[in-house]
Design a protein around this ligand. Structure first.
Ligand SMILES: Cc1ncc(COP(=O)(O)O)c(C=O)c1O
Length: 441
């Protein structure tokens, strides 16, 4: 049982003192010797192309492995998380002016998959403590054009899936999950990806389940699987085994190239063999950090209900700028100077981003502006108070602790306590220098 650290009051590194020391991580992404050997074998055999599960035993193995992880649902391995998400929308036939209610607080690809379908994102606010979509804000945003809710399990924290499912069912909407940051997260006994009509996951090298660049789609519906495959794979001249007869007339090569490679298929299979242990390690380290932060005044982890089991892709923290008397950016800069990564992950609410504003847009042409203009949406200055508060006040840090790094968690806690113990000096610094401009990574 570890004890809480005493505050260290030595001079802040930002003010010329000695840093606590760099926080280092497990080697990540990690690939086992077996995974590396299998990748080499695939390369040696010249299996450069994977045209889907019926052509590639590696892809079939990966999709079966992931399907077992997701309770037997249909799985389509893809080239990226974006590909999987766009496949989800296409598979559900959401496009062409359909409205999708979603979150303003995420990585842009959660939204560009909607835009690339010429569908219309409708942004509703998030929960203040965690930044996941607030189910209570959804019903007021539903119109006759609404077709789906797209929820993102941001930073590995599961959105309220029971409530989202109930709202979707009540209004006959599809529920789409973006689990790109949350492989293995659970809420009320439900694993993310297993509740939506479709879910997309990213498996790029920085994710909880890393490959090089890959992703996968999960759906309980065979028709969604096949329609997603149709837009993302060159299905060849001969239809695949089990391909639905009613879709046959529509198979051609007018596709996005969203297929997975056999190399990444092998990595997917191998990583799913070890993910449970990695998730357990992330949770163990997060519990230790929470315990160590218990005495902190200005920085705290979100509170989770007992049924919520995040996976800590990134760790998000809530900073109380008012109580601290310094801006988030200055506080984050002080943490960074001591050796801990500290940044604001979402730079601005997504509806504020210029490439969504067809009114007066002057940048390089983008394909979705015509659909947004036709729909007459105006994203400029939406209220979204909780989203704005998080954008300005949360602090994120990397959390790739997949083997024993308790010493690094203790170091992170030491950094936080040191900065808090020096809050007066930090206030003086901010008064004389002005707030630090950004909290970029
Ligand atoms: C929440 C979220 N959605 C979608 C994506 C897109 O995934 P990919 O980069 O694999 O296309 C990412 C990845 O960065 C993400 O974090």
């Amino acid at each position: 049982m570890s004890t809480t650290l005493a505050p260290a009051a030595s001079k802040l590194a930002l003010l010329g003192g000695t840093a606590v020391g760099e926080v280092t991580y497990s080697k990540f992404p990690h690939f086992s010797e077996r995974a590396l050997a299998r990748v080499t074998e695939v390369l040696r055999a010249g299996k450069a192309i994977g045209l889907g599960r019926f052509h590639s035993p590696e892809i079939e193995e990966a999709e079966l492995t992931i399907s077992r992880y997701h309770g037997g649902r249909e799985v389509l391995a893809c080239s990226s998380g974006h590909a999987a998400l766009q496949g989800a929308l296409a598979g559900l036939e959401i496009c062409c002016g359909d409205e999708v209610i979603t979150t303003p607080y995420t990585w842009g690809a959660s939204i560009s998959c909607i835009l690339h379908q010429n569908a219309i994102p409708v942004f509703v606010d998030v929960e203040a403590d965690t930044g996941v979509i607030d189910p209570e804000k959804i019903e007021a945003a539903i119109t006759p054009r609404t077709k789906a809710i797209l929820a993102v399990h941001i930073f590995g924290q599961p959105a309220n899936l029971k409530r989202l499912r109930a709202i979707a069912d009540k209004h006959k909407l599809c529920l789409i999950e973006d689990g790109s940051q949350a492989h293995g997260a659970e809420i009320d006994g439900l694993r993310v990806g297993n509740v939506g009509d479709a879910a997309g996951f990213s498996c790029m090298g920085g994710k909880v389940l890393p490959t090089t660049e890959a992703g996968y789609l999960v759906t309980p519906r065979k028709d969604v699987f096949w329609k997603a495959a149709m837009i993302g794979q060159h299905m060849g001249r001969s239809p695949e085994k089990d391909f639905p007869a009613e879709l046959l007339p529509w198979v051609d090569s007018l596709v996005y190239t969203y297929r997975v490679t056999p190399l990444n298929a092998v990595l997917l299979t191998e990583q799913f063999g070890v993910i449970d242990g990695w998730v357990a390690e992330r949770r163990r380290h997060a519990a230790l950090f929470r315990e160590q932060l218990a005495g902190a005044q200005f920085l705290r982890l979100p509170d989770y209900a007992p049924g919520v089991k995040p996976v800590y892709h990134l760790l998000t923290m809530n900073f109380d700028s008012e109580a601290a008397g310094v801006s988030r950016n200055t506080f984050a800069a002080a943490l960074k100077a001591e050796g801990m990564l500290a940044f604001g992950y979402v730079p601005a609410p997504i509806p504020d981003w210029a490439r969504l504003h067809w009114q007066g847009y002057s940048g390089p042409r983008v394909s979705w502006l015509a659909a947004l203009e036709k729909a007459g949406v105006d994203y400029r200055g939406l209220a979204l108070p909780n989203c704005r508060h998080r954008v300005a006040n949360s602090i994120e840090t990397r959390f790739d602790f997949i083997d024993d790094r308790a010493d690094m968690v203790m170091r992170m806690a030491e950094v936080v306590h040191k900065v808090e113990a020096n809050i007066g000096a930090l206030r003086d610094y901010e008064r004389s220098h002005g707030p630090v401009a950004t909290a970029k990574r």
